[in-house]
Design a protein around this ligand. Sequence first.
Ligand code: ADP
Ligand code: MG
Length: 372
Amino acid sequence: MRVRKVQLTSFRNHAESSLEFTGGINFITGANAQGKTSILEALSYVCLTKSFLQQADATVPKFGGERFAVDAILETDKNIVNHVRVAFDGAAGKRYFLDSNEVRRSADVIGMFPIVVLSPGDFALTGGSPAERRKFADLVLSQVSRSYLEEVTEYRRALKQRNKILLDGKLSNAFDGDLLSAWTDALIAHGSKVMARREKFVNEFQDAFSASYRSLVDSGEVPGLRYEPSFRVETDIESDFRKAIRELGRAERARGATLAGPHRDDISFTLNGMPLKEFASQGQHKTFLVAMKMAEFGYIRGMLGETPAMLLDDVMTELDYSRATRVIQAVGTLGQAFVTATDMLSFDDKMLDARETKFHFVREGSVVYENA
Ligand SMILES: Nc1ncnc2c1ncn2[C@@H]1O[C@H](COP(=O)(O)OP(=O)(O)O)[C@@H](O)[C@H]1O
Ligand SMILES: [Mg+2]
């Protein structure tokens, strides 16, 4: 997939900005707070229907307004050209259009325009809480599988209902046993599917990940990923899930919350068998993260048969020079990339030779071209 053009209207500090991209590496440069990340965010809206930043749609309209729009021309690997428009209005909410037809369910565009994002927020992936790693698995899986997205959505609904019943019961000291058991069944049915998919994903992802890691590091370090469910799986997920919930019955009533299930999963990262979180250096954390993103790129491409575009926000400041160069080269030889940076000095000729490149200079919410 390639982004040919994008137009931001009243989008963060951009009043009206239009960019035309190369299918190679696009460098988006400019000083701090000029509107570089906002351009990547706009790409995320047209490709995934939402921002990759954890911020509400209502924060996006340019200060003083209530609306924003992003229009883009997206071309698939098979050269099918699509016009996508995302329009947000404080009153009507967000609407997504594909060639002028409204798409009502975001699941319907899943997998069409894949992207892989590496932004400063991702540095919490290896060292942060389990929630970061669940979010990673969910984001990758929901790009490659519509049914996964549906299962997760159903699971969250069951979890929310079940937690409410448990909490109400705790507060009033009267549990509605029938209602609770109905939601327990839904929780286990959807949760078991989510868990099975995550486990399969981690196993499949492992190989691509090890290969990426080896391409970044010359030493013999052996990285590992393991799916860590919140309860022991001995026979099969569904019956062990039921067993865990049964055993936790008293504790759940005392706490007023669901204590087992995929909302408590983790993925453990190891290096030579040792937990990354406790033993790895800063540099090893960074390498791990870059390898994860390169593997994500390969995994999504393999699953969908569509090449993702890579969005790299501020990697030059977050990674050291050699890692940043390797990731840009690796990705830039395969697909389209968007790389933001505050200064041009960080890009050397080696990197620029890799593919066709184009520079977009951002100043105060406008995009300027040298020879325009
Ligand atoms: N809704 C908004 N309206 C106007 N400006 C905004 C809005 N949201 C954020 N900004 C501002 O837009 C500027 C550009 O942000 P950003 O794209 O993150 O900059 P950069 O990545 O170039 O450092 C920042 O000063 C930010 O505070
Ligand atoms: Mg930025």
